[in-house]
Design a protein around this ligand. Sequence first.
Ligand SMILES: *Cc1c(COP(=O)(O)O)cnc(C)c1O
Length: 355
Amino acid sequence: MSQYMNPRFSLFDAYTPGEQPQDRQYLKLNTNESPYPPAPGVQRAVTAEAVQRLRLYNDPECSKLTQKLAETTGLKAENILCGNGSDELLAFAFQAWGHQGAAFPDVSYGLYPVLADLYDVKAVKVPLREDYSIDDRDYLGLPQGLIVIANPNAPTGLSLLPRQLAHIAEENPGSVVLVDEAYVDFGGQSCLPLIGRYDNLAVVQTFSKSRSLAGARLGFAAAPAALIKDLRKLKNAFNPYNVNSLTQMLGLAALKEKEYYQLQSRAIQQARESTRDALGHLGFRVLPSQANFLFAAHPQIGGEALYLALKKRGILVRYFSAPRTRAWVRITVGTREQMEELLTDIRQIIGGIRP
Ligand SMILES: *Cc1c(COP(=O)(O)O)cnc(C)c1O
């Protein structure tokens, strides 16, 4: 750090993204990207004309994309705000609604505590149950502020039902309950149908995972109009042109390819279940995931050791060094063939451990 840096950030730990190595080719099972390309219609949207239009500023309101999102979610345009990835919308949420504090699960998306620190939000971390699930009863009657729950949760893959999240919203009328649905398209149940029924329930979704557009940076928030106004105010204060025009077009094209993405999601869910079985046979404990990743622990090898052994063999997975997660690795579910490759290497690694 330089001598010019604000001392407030001297002890500040920023988010560590999963590795994106640019040197050698790995089988990347570490950042929950899709193994499949974006839909054909999305690829066709990148025309010379679309590139030429980059000369002009993009539509700061993302009007067409917002309208299409309203149609597909059954909401109105006033209930939608697009963001530069859902991470950006999460940042706006912490700024807008975190001044009295925020609560989130103690094993969840690593960006939440970072945003709390960044925006000076006092964080209450609510422990998961022994079995790594979220107990909705732990979220009833929390102090006022922002409550953020990833559903399905990461890195566990476990979910709550919409009615449980609705109950949390009902029991915390002084707080905004924000449901982060980054992985909902892989078998979870969305809270989108509940938007508007509660003044304080909001959802964020992303195009990064189930729609194969991680590099395009696109997410959206769905919420009652008053909450969307709050987020839009912060967006217009920070970066009014937050979603570039190419990404707006790609997002619009992706929304027209529902069937393509449903097929990919089904294939990923099938690969997930067969991989879960296979890991179970190898002695792993694997949580029942409803996301595009598996959270797995083996009694004979820790998370970091397994990560390193796989990396040596050209496969990247993710491990987390916190006490409750250090025995585990999070493995992104790829194609069936990629999962076979993973299992072959894991069999060799496990077979080579002396008892
Ligand atoms: C991947 C992920 C996101 C967001 O990603 P963006 O690429 O910024 O849209 C948000 N929440 C969780 C829990 C995630 O895993």
